[in-house]
Design a protein around this ligand. Structure first.
Ligand code: NAI
Ligand code: MG
Length: 492
């Protein structure tokens, strides 16, 4: 079995406790690697290394242009190793090789984009209302950033955080999910190869309540960038508030995918399947509520079932598999529990509804693509994030009804609108309470376009040029160029 230690200050580091835990391959259900079980001592070592790198040495003295060069170089190395990293992720996570190969080929773009942006963050000269001063702003890096990531897309979500953080001049400690730590530990080595000084990028592994919580509480961590469940996001936000730390939170969703009667139904049905069955439904932006207008309800359901029935479950390493296993055993149990709940609530099971037991599923944690019809938006299956291949179909009358249902959840991450009416596309996209609206599309993201949540789906935005400011703070500098001395007892 392969062993993965922490990565601290440019070196592998065994866990202080000497404890390790197993990571499983979801396709076989078997353990394949041992991962360091970190604790507060390991977190402290990593944060101290990151703090040293931030405050002295080559990184702290580098220009923004030099940081940009390093980021572009690491982008090239990720592109070079894309296939190798993709295979590790498939083994540890169960994501399809077909999807991972595409993701790994795209991840370098985050490093190219934010590398290019590093030396384009200008301060401003303020045309002050007071005579005798020159006033300007500087955007300075926050310091040590803790990047806490989930298991569903470990490397992509790590890139979303660390590319802008490093471009800003911060240093980072990454805490990957305990279910999928291996790819991050392979990935981090590329930073040393690219020429990043030791301590700029560190990884500690282990459980959230142990090493994760220790990072959040550490006094030298100035910013926590988190993606994961809303419950953990709330706990992190509360802990961060006690120390006035910055937080970015990318939490879950219960995203509506709305199909109007005037839509191209083939495209809409295709988008609905992509929205919920891609990545086995384990995406924060999963289009888990499909809203169908009355007049096309029956026909759309029929086409949807026809397409969903063709989804091929199987070995995620095989290029023609379309639905892989669920990534973790607890998640597999949770998805099956939600299927029971939905049936008890009176949702009508139209497809699937069981664990995947076909021979091609082996001993993996598979759940059949599952579709419920006649779902009432008040049901738990329509209100809570399942994070699996389970779709709820809800009927609506008209535009107002669709918007009312779409917005009647506590989340607001993604949303889809399918219509041929351009005016409706503008109207509805303005009214949806969600950080992203896709019109006649679903599940597209880019390093250039802001991504994040309304309501309980999170705080802050990742991606796009503004994302670098999540890792910067602004200083206003006043230089006296001849302002007269005045009474010391009144504000000037
Ligand atoms: P989680 O939100 O608990 O874990 C995400 C990361 O946070 C992991 O690295 C974990 O170790 C860390 N963490 C947990 N507790 C922490 C704490 N107190 N302080 C600091 N770090 C902490 O998610 P988990 O347990 O892996 O999955 C639970 C549910 O979350 C899933 O069933 C799914 O519904 C949802 N989920 C949502 C995701 C999204 O992108 N919206 C991603 C993954 C899971
Ligand atoms: Mg695993």
């Amino acid at each position: 079995m392969q062993r993965y230690a922490h990565y601290i200050d440019g070196r592998e580091a065994a866990p202080h406790s000497q404890n390790w835990f197993e990571s499983h391959n979801p396709y076989t259900g078997e353990p394949w690697a041992e991962i360091a079980r970190g604790d507060a001592t390991d977190a402290d070592l990593a944060v101290q290394a990151a703090h040293r790198a931030f405050t002295r040495g080559a990184w702290s003295e580098s220009s923004a242009t030099q940081r940009g060069e390093l980021l572009r170089r690491v982008g090239d190395l990720i592109a070079r190793d894309a296939q190798r990293l993709a295979r590790i992720e498939v083994r540890d996570n169960g994501k399809l090789l077909a999807e991972m190969a595409g993701q790994l080929a795209y991840i370098p773009q985050w490093f190219y984009y934010f590398g290019g942006l590093a030396d384009k963050v200008d301060g401003s000269v303020i045309p002050l209302d007071k005579k005798g001063y020159f006033n300007f702003t500087r955007h300075e890096p926050l310091g040590v950033v803790a990047a806490i990531t989930p298991w569903n897309s470990p490397l992509l979500l790590t890139a979303w955080k660390i590319a802008p953080a490093l471009a800003a001049g911060c240093t980072v400690v990454i805490k990957p999910s305990e279910f999928t730590s291996a790819s991050t530990l392979e990935f981090v080595r590329l930073f040393a190869e690219a020429g990043f000084p030791p301590g700029v990028v560190n990884v500690v592994t282990g459980f959230g309540h142990e090493v994760g919580a220790a990072l959040v509480e550490h006094p030298l961590v100035r910013k926590i960038s988190f993606t994961g469940s809303d419950n953990t996001g709330r706990a992190i936000n509360e802990a961060a508030a006690r120390h006035f730390k910055r937080v970015s939170l990318e939490l879950g969703g219960k995203s509506p995918n709305i199909v109007f009667a005037d839509a191209n139904l083939d495209d809409a049905v295709n988008g609905a399947v992509a929205g919920i069955f891609a990545a086995t439904g384990q995406t924060c932006i999963a289009g888990s509520r499909l809203l169908l207008q009355d007049s096309i309800y029956d026909e759309s359901v029929e086409r949807l079932l026809d397409l969903a029935r063709t989804a091929r479950m199987g070995d995620p390493m095989s290029m023609d598999t379309q639905v892989g296993p669920v990534t973790t055993r607890p998640q597999y149990d949770k998805v099956l529990r939600y299927i029971d709940t939905a049936q008890n609530e009176g949702a009508r099971l139209l497809l699937g509804g069981h664990a995947g037991t076909r021979p091609e599923c082996g001993s993996g944690w598979f759940v059949e693509p599952t579709i419920f019809g006649d779902v009432d938006n008040a049901m738990r299956i329509a209100q809570e994030e399942v994070f699996g291949p389970v779709l709820s179909i809800i009927r609506f009358r008209d535009e107002d009804d669709a918007l009312r249902i779409a917005n009647d959840v506590r989340f607001g991450l993604g949303s889809g609108v399918w219509t041929a009416d351009i005016a409706r596309a503008f109207r509805v996209s303005a009214q949806l309470q969600a950080g992203t609206v896709w019109v006649n599309a679903y599940r597209a993201v880019s390093f250039m376009s802001p991504f994040g949540g309304y309501k309980d789906s999170g705080l802050g935005r990742e991606n796009g040029a503004q994302a670098i400011h999540a890792y910067l703070q602004t200083k206003s500098v006043w230089i006296n160029t001849g302002a007269p001395s005045a009474s010391p007892f009144v504000m000037r």
